[in-house]
Design a protein around this ligand. Sequence first.
Ligand code: FES
Length: 401
Amino acid sequence: MKKVGLIPGLFAFLRMLKARNEKKAAADGNTREDPITALAKAMHPDALHLIVTQVREENATVKTYRLASRNGALPLFKPGQYLSIKLNIGQTSTARAYTISSAPYEADDNGYYEITIRHKKDGFVSPHIFSSWEEGTEVDATGPHGDFFYQPLRDNPNIIAIAGGTGITPFVSMLKQFACDANAPSLTLIYGCCDTDDILFEDKLKELCSDYPERFRRFNTFEKCESDSGLRKGFITAEFIRECIGEPLEKSFFICGPEIMYEFLAKEFARFPGLEYKQTRYELGGMPLNTGRIAGFPKDAMKKNVMLHIRNEFTDWHIPASTDEPILVAIERAGIILDSRCRSGECGICRSKLISGDVFIIPDKDGRRAADKALGYIHPCSTYPLSDGEILIPPGRPAQT
Ligand code: FES
């Protein structure tokens, strides 16, 4: 058999796709929709049309929003998955990924999803949500998405869940769902909080751990607490993890929290000889806000202004951008619509072609396929501009469909 290289193979595939689409367009339209495709579309709709049915204050800076469907059943999901919430703020169309904090069984029978959001004082999206979402607010989203969930073929049934602050959300969903199934994995939660006011879902965590002591355990540690409080003070170190779970080998670690916690834990995990990379799974955390903390980011390119020539098939724009922000942020700020979902380089929905210019992509956040790397594609959500440049984005479409 004749061997074909990667690039010629790709072009052959694209020619085949074009021929197929031409044949479809030339058909008489008397075609029946494949029932399997119809079922798949019903189970995984392109867009979710939701409505806020309850707002709950968890503490001074965190609220939980309950979302029901406006037009039918909610798609199934696995505990640990997220919704991509579509937002229009001023002239900016954007999206944010929020992990579902409710359990899958709570979405059954016209039930609900819940998302739990921390108000960030200098943030762009959370202040908007806190000030404008109330009961009756209509919300559009896509999802559920993501692969931060337990998979029996891949993961050990002894899950060690490490959470920081609002990073507890996937684990409260897992605990609630696992409690319904005697064959579900066991879960040990190691929860780091700023102080006792920062603990979320305290009553639920307490209830589940006391109802299922042989399956669920919880350990807390605090950045700040009184020395005579009897609470553990400090970060989640290798020693503390060992104190909680014994030997870490043969276990699967699921980690969700702020980027700074991921950096800290990467160093602590290096102190467990024999722990394999595949045993640790990190929830997507968005992109770092401080390029000064990104290993390998070129020092001489920090905090510079550049101009980007953005174009799609129909229009082009010349927009200012900063080397300190992912390209997607500059595109959205200019009012250009570019679909996004994970905003962490993983899903590929924002895939665009870099025509010219220098960029920086954090190696850990480079979710591009090998062929895309070879052909010069980038994921603007996880790519920082280093110079002026030109980028071809996919045709825009309304953020709320
Ligand atoms: S939004 Fe997922 S890769 Fe960009």
